[in-house]
Design a protein around this ligand. Structure first.
Ligand SMILES: CC(C)(COP(=O)(O)OP(=O)(O)OC[C@H]1O[C@@H](n2cnc3c(N)ncnc32)[C@H](O)[C@@H]1OP(=O)(O)O)[C@@H](O)C(=O)NCCC(=O)NCCS
Length: 184
């Protein structure tokens, strides 16, 4: 992570340095509009959660691929919150941004809003955090550029994502230890 240049620093040189050492959140951020189709509905006439998840994964993977400029795979998914049913009339807006990078992994947050086309009313419909891993030509994890944090909001997201990464690492090492002791 790099921090924002001080106010007194000349704008252009600071930006050049920042680009040389990493990528900003804005450089890879994604916004996708999608009009749900009838085949994406559940029996109650709302968008099926599995279809929504597919669009979330697509938006997240594009942000991760933009950040790394590599082929990426989804390593894991955390905190999928479905907040409100999504009616088939209207559009969903998926906003994905990289929140944290490790060596080869990137955590991406995806926020879904639903807009009623007749009233213009927009609601927060779902949120999800996913981890992607960049791969080299042999399919092995490959280092990605550092993430440049440019605003207090991005810093807040970065801190939250760091906490989640810490929890994930503890949980993964516990699982590995349990598998070892079970002889798997
Ligand atoms: C994800 C994958 C590439 C990790 O490979 P690996 O050999 O276990 O690699 P490592 O243990 O060295 O971990 C590499 C990175 O992935 C992260 N990672 C691995 N598994 C993870 C998981 N379940 N959740 C979050 N991050 C994970 C590690 O923390 C590490 O991050 P870092 O480089 O930033 O420190 C591998 O498990 C894989 O290919 N899985 C299948 C992916 C897939 O098919 N997805 C669905 C379709 S896209």
């Amino acid at each position: 992570m790099s921090s924002e240049a001080p106010d007194s620093a000349p704008a252009e040189p600071a930006r050049e340095n920042a680009f040389a050492s990493g990528k900003t959140v804005a450089e890879s951020a994604v916004a996708i509009l999608h009009a749900p189709m009838p085949e994406e509905s559940n029996p109650d006439g709302f968008m099926h959660g599995g279809h929504l998840l597919k669009h979330i994964d697509t938006a997240g993977s594009i942000a991760a691929a933009r950040h790394s400029r590599r082929r990426v795979v989804t390593a894991g998914l955390e905190r999928m919150d479905f907040l409100t049913p999504i009616p088939l009339r209207g559009v969903i807006i998926l906003k994905a941004s990289v929140q944290l990078v490790g060596r080869s992994s990137m955590e991406v947050g995806v926020r879904v809003e639903v807009e009623d086309l007749l009233s213009g009313l927009r609601r927060h419909a779902a949120s999800c955090y996913l981890t992607y891993v960049a791969l080299d030509e042999n399919g092995k994890p490959k280092q990605v550029p550092p993430l440049i944090i440019s605003s207090p909001e991005e810093e807040r997201r970065y801190q939250k994502a760091s906490e989640r990464r810490r929890r994930r690492e503890i949980s993964r090492s516990q699982t590995t230890a349990e598998k070892k002791s079970a002889g798997n």
